[in-house]
Design a protein. Structure first.
Length: 256
């Protein structure tokens, strides 16, 4: 199996190195690394169309030879599949991200966007994130993520399939297991903190978090809050299909 590994924390981040070591140890996997040159957190699914994409080879000591791209996570997957790799990958893995990508964060996440771009381009794709904690054990998270990948039936690693994997903080006794979960729809509680720079000019810093993760049954947010790995199947068709039939029966005006 040929695997493309990407992330949004940058090619030198510890999470991508840990994920590479785990995947590369599998003799059935050939792993190529193409990742952003710098941190691209919250880049969502941005792509570069007004500037060239600068690429350079990178050797991470004790790890991998890869390619860094001065662009977004989605740029990295797009250029890897269409220009850099000798053949199309079977699987795109994005991560390990430092911080969970659950609920509304999925829409902002560069980690999820890289995986989604892989699915759009006809690959099976998996995004992997580890909840922020005082002890970020990326090596263990990589091993856990590999177990998840290995347990997804090959029939469900088909082109276009997209999975979001969130690993809870690795405190003693966690993770307790795996839950297949829906994406939480809980809104963020956001605040803009007003501050001043040394010259007296106002600036704002966005902060915020989710409410009580126990308010929702069966969601990714609740799963990691209770110490479980959350696995969520995603899709990039955002059509509200349940509302289509109702809308087609509305009385629409005739356009002159």
């Amino acid at each position: 199996m040929r695997v493309l590994l990407c992330n949004d924390d940058g090619i030198l981040a510890p999470g991508i190195l840990a994920m590479f070591k785990t995947l590369d140890a599998d003799p059935n996997m050939q792993v190529d690394v193409v990742a952003p040159d710098t941190v691209q957190s919250a880049a969502a699914h941005a792509i570069t169309i007004r500037h060239p994409l600068l690429c350079r080879p990178v050797h991470v000591a004790g790890g991998f030879h890869g390619t860094s791209v001065e662009g977004s996570p989605a740029d990295c997957v797009k250029i890897a599949v269409n220009a850099l790799l000798p053949q199309k990958p079977d699987l795109v893995v994005s991560g390990i991200n430092a911080g969970a990508n659950v609920g509304i964060h999925v829409l902002y996440s560069g980690t999820v966007a890289a995986a989604a771009e892989g699915a759009i381009l006809g690959c099976a794709a998996i995004a992997v994130s580890l909840e922020i904690s005082d002890e970020m054990d990326f090596d263990r998270a990589g091993r856990l993520a590999k177990q998840i990948i290995d347990h997804i039936p090959q029939s469900h690693l088909r082109p276009g399939r997209l999975y979001n994997v969130n690993i809870p903080a690795l405190r003693p006794g966690w993770p307790k297991g795996v839950r297949v979960a829906t994406q939480s729809g809980q809104s963020l509680v956001e605040r803009f903190e007003r501050r001043q720079n040394p010259s007296g000019r106002d600036y704002f810093w966005l902060t915020g978090d989710f409410g009580d993760p126990l308010d929702e049954e069966g969601t990714d947010l609740r799963a990691i809050g209770e110490g479980y790995i959350a696995v969520t199947p995603l899709q990039f068709d955002m059509t509200n299909k349940a509302q289509l039939k109702d809308m087609r029966e509305w009385s629409w005006p005739k356009m002159a």
